[in-house]
Design a binder for this molecule. Structure first.
Ligand SMILES: Nc1ncnc2c1ncn2[C@@H]1O[C@H](COP(=O)(O)OP(=O)(O)OP(=O)(O)O)[C@@H](O)[C@H]1O
Ligand SMILES: [Mg+2]
Length: 351
């Protein structure tokens, strides 16, 4: 018997729809974010009456549903209204005004972007969207290198709502005064989910991803408990998928406690974001922390540079912060002779 005969042919997959476990899947309903979505809808509402909308600054810890809630609102707008453009830009990927402009052009159907500079592109954007209304979502707004694009949009687009999303509330205080005063942002915090909410969100996801009854109750509860402890829906989704794989590997028809425990051992390697490119850099830094646990952040940066790391110290620090917020590593402040420093440590998975 061939290698593949051995590992294949043990019946169908235990997962009905693997997409539903992806981090960028958008469910039909976003439980426990009804209030927040309503707030966003209220900011957009004036656009429906052909007036200017209000702008919002949305902040909150990683994994609290900011992106999924915003995308859900955009999707609803696209489905219901022909005269409102819905534009989503991830500023981690599009981190300059030029790149933002190109991305907006692409989304509103303007293809001839070659040989145009940023200012010209924004003139095109204004010409097109001013025939209707527009909602712009700028996600991970703290990652942009310049905020000229905000200025362009505020000056040149008439009927709009801008939603700026970030993990860092303080980003606002550094924002160019010219831009900030024009924005007049309403603030909306997405609070962390309680363990019960986390569990209910994950249970809801079971319905999309798995056939009925493949999850043993205790096994699911263990996933929900872990995700609740980590305050992290993403790790819950990861565990749901990995547990299913573990059960499939054994050609089982049901996912049980032992499969979840097997999945726990992989939690350590799990990465935060979905974009390949972002992942690799964050993963690289995460790998360095694991190899050099307990180092001062400055020393760790030297190791990073020796290994050909290209980010600036500031970016490096941000990624360390992000990893720490997502509980992959831990950081602690230490006061020594030379002043304060941060010690970066590998986090042990407690299983
Ligand atoms: N209320 C919810 N209902 C359904 N799924 C949710 C909900 N909240 C979060 N999720 C899921 O959890 C994951 C993380 O959510 P999301 O990407 O929206 O977080 P975020 O607040 O944007 O985090 P970050 O700051 O790291 O970007 C996604 O896969 C998302 O689908
Ligand atoms: Mg997000």
């Amino acid at each position: 018997m061939g290698t593949f005969d051995d590992i294949l042919g043990h019946g169908e997959s235990l997962i009905k729809n693997e997409n539903a476990l992806d981090y960028d899947f958008i469910p039909k309903l976003i439980p426990h974010r009804e209030q927040e979505q309503r707030q966003v809808a209220l900011a957009i509402k004036p656009l429906l009456g052909k007036r200017n909308g209000r702008n919002m600054f949305i902040f909150g810890k990683p994994g609290v549903g900011k992106t999924v809630a915003a995308k859900h609102v955009l999707r609803e707008l696209e489905e219901k209204y022909d005269d409102i453009h819905a534009v989503y830009v991830n500023c981690w990927q599009q981190n300059t005004s030029y790149k933002v402009a190109v991305s907006i052009c692409d989304q509103i159907g303007f293809k001839f972007v070659q040989n145009k500079n940023t200012t010209e592109l924004f003139q095109v954007v204004a010409r097109i969207v001013n025939e209707a209304s527009v909602v712009f979502v700028f996600d991970e707004i703290d990652k942009v290198e310049d905020t000229d694009f905000l200025y362009h949009l505020l000056e040149e687009v008439y009927r709009k709502t801008l939603l700026l999303i970030t993990n860092y509330k303080v980003w606002l205080t550094d924002l160019d005064e010219r831009v900030r005063s024009r924005l007049t942002l309403e603030q909306l915090e997405f609070k962390q989910y309680t363990p019960e909410e986390t569990s209910s969100i994950l249970r809801d996801r079971l319905g999309y991803a798995f056939p009925k009854d493949v999850w043993n109750d205790e096994a699911f509860s263990l996933v929900a408990k872990k995700a609740g402890e980590l305050k992290d829906i993403r790790s819950g989704l990861f565990l749901l998928k990995e547990s299913a794989f573990a059960a499939e590997e054994k050609a089982k028809r049901k996912i049980e406690l032992e499969d979840v425990k097997k999945a726990f051992s992989k939690l350590d390697d799990f990465t935060i974001k979905n974009s390949e490119e972002l992942e690799s850099e964050t993963k690289f830094i995460y790998g360095l922390v694991k190899e050099n646990s307990g180092m001062k952040i400055g020393e760790l940066f030297e190791v990073y540079q020796k290994k050909d790391g290209k980010s600036s110290y500031k970016t490096f620090q941000r990624k360390i912060e992000k990893l720490s917020e997502n509980k992959f590593i831990s950081t602690k402040k230490q006061t020594g002779k030379g002043g304060n420093t941060t010690i970066v440590e590998k986090k042990l998975t407690d299983f």
